[in-house]
Ligand binder design. Structure first.
Ligand code: HSE
Length: 438
């Protein structure tokens, strides 16, 4: 059978990896796909031919629209990232009847509904395994492998750059900006690295995971996002003293009232496997009602790990090129007319445990005032540490861990604690998830 012709948009970190892996493993990939898969046309504004042996054999243009309009191309692989012109290129490829493979989480999270609708109308596939978790086949695992289950919750370390920064800060005491620069040099970080450190990239990915896990529309704008820039070395050390690690976690849970969808720094018991996922590695913990907790782990960013997911999609699309569109796996796991309208909960209504850190005067009654404010709101305390005062410093850090409570209650309690004369400044709050198998 004649090989499938692929048009590649982007020859950067992931595009270059895709070109190299596809070339290196061409024979093995063809044995799996049933026919060869070859890149015949690529668009890139700049690229480094020294990193891409054999690139001279393919047509390279500057303009991506030349690739999507090329009648010889069967599948377009979009690896330029960002919202625009990626959206226009993908929609044009679909309009031209081409299948699409993309690693673009921002595009899918924001414009997925429009793109899937257009693809369905044209009977073409849009595959996006590489959009979440780099090389981990997490989309396929949830969409197909766990299809028997009601997914109850999922929790993921889904930004490699952020996890790399937190790990290096904790293990080597390195400076935030210095580690971020290294992540950029290694090709892990987004074009705008605030997407990584403020949790926007993780929120894009969580939006996609929640949609395929719960059968809900993509709702990026309703995802709560808090970054890691406020995490201090002191928080990391206090958390460790209490038996926890701080991770930047994406968390989605289905409750009777609605869906929790949130990305924020989170304390996790250090004995959990996911608490020990370090560096650029990602992991997603998924709890299904039948299977129980399952964990998926691997490189969350980088050239060839992400290429691995892109090429898996190419193989999938190639195998099903001739299948009846109605019998293909739905883009978002559930049939498009069977999505649920269960609401996304406002943060006031989510339920979680908390780590609180505050600075208070070391005098009788201070701790009693704080615990009374919490107790009056039904907030039960799991642990307290009060650090010793020094001769020069009369204020002492107090660290509290609470049991699970509605966030609205906690907001009121924090407001009251901050009003106490004996408490200085703001109360630092980090959410805490036990991630037990329940
Ligand atoms: N900037 C992303 C990360 C790339 O660091 O995880 C992979 O999506």
């Amino acid at each position: 059978m004649k090989p499938v012709n692929v048009g590649l948009l982007g020859l950067g970190t992931v595009g270059g990896g895709t070109f190299n892996v596809l070339k290196r493993n061409a024979g093995e990939i063809a044995r799996r796909a049933g026919r060869g898969i070859q890149i015949t046309h690529a668009a890139a504004r700049e690229y480094d031919p020294a990193r891409l042996p054999g690139i001279e054999g393919i047509k390279i243009t500057q303009d991506g629209f030349e690739v999507v309009d090329n009648p010889d191309i069967d599948i377009v692989v979009e690896l330029i990232g960002g919202y625009s012109p990626a959206r226009e290129l993908v929609l044009k490829a679909i309009a031209n009847g081409k299948h699409v493979v993309t690693a673009n989480k921002a595009l899918i999270a924001m414009h997925g509904e429009e793109i899937f609708k257009a693809a369905q109308a044209k009977g073409v596939m849009v595959a996006f395994e590489a959009a979440v978790g780099g090389g981990i086949p997490i989309i396929k695992a949830i969409r197909e492998g766990l299809a028997a289950n009601q997914i109850q919750w999922l929790a993921g370390i889904i930004n490699g750059t952020g996890n790399f920064i937190l790990t290096e800060m904790r293990d080597k005491g390195r400076d935030f900006n210095d580690v971020l620069k290294e992540a950029q040099a290694l090709g892990y970080a987004e074009a705008d690295p605030t997407f990584d450190v403020e949790g926007i990239d993780a929120a894009h990915k969580l939006t996609i995971l929640a949609s395929i896990a719960f059968g809900i529309p993509l709702q990026f704008k309703k995802t709560f996002t808090e970054g890691i820039t406020q995490i201090t070395r002191a928080d990391v050390e206090y958390a460790e003293e209490l038996g926890y690690r701080i991770k930047h976690l994406g968390f989605a849970r289905r409750t009777v009232k609605g869906v929790e969808l949130r990305v924020h720094p989170t304390l996790i018991p250090e004995r959990r496997l996911i608490a020990n996922v370090d560096g650029v590695m990602n992991a997603v913990l998924v709890k299904g009602d039948a299977v129980g907790p399952t964990l998926y782990y691997g490189a969350g960013a980088g050239s060839e790990p992400t290429a691995s997911a892109v090429i898996a999609d190419l193989v999938d699309v190639t195998r099903t090129l001739t299948a009846d569109p109605g019998n293909r796996v739905p883009h978002l796991a559930f049939q498009p007319n069977a999505l649920s309208d269960i609401p996304i909960l406002p943060m006031e209504d989510i339920e979680t445990a908390y780590y609180l850190r505050l600075l208070a005067l070391d005098k009788p009654g201070v701790l009693a005032d704080i615990t009374r404010i919490l107790g009056d709101r039904g907030i039960s305390i799991e642990a307290i540490i009060q650090k010793e005062a020094t001769p020069e410093e009369t204020r002492v850090p107090i660290i509290l861990l609470t049991h699970v409570v509605r966030e609205g209650q906690m907001n009121q309690a924090i407001e009251r604690i901050e009003m106490l004369d004996s408490v200085e400044g703001r109360v630092k709050r980090i959410r805490l998830e036990h991630l037990t198998g329940k």
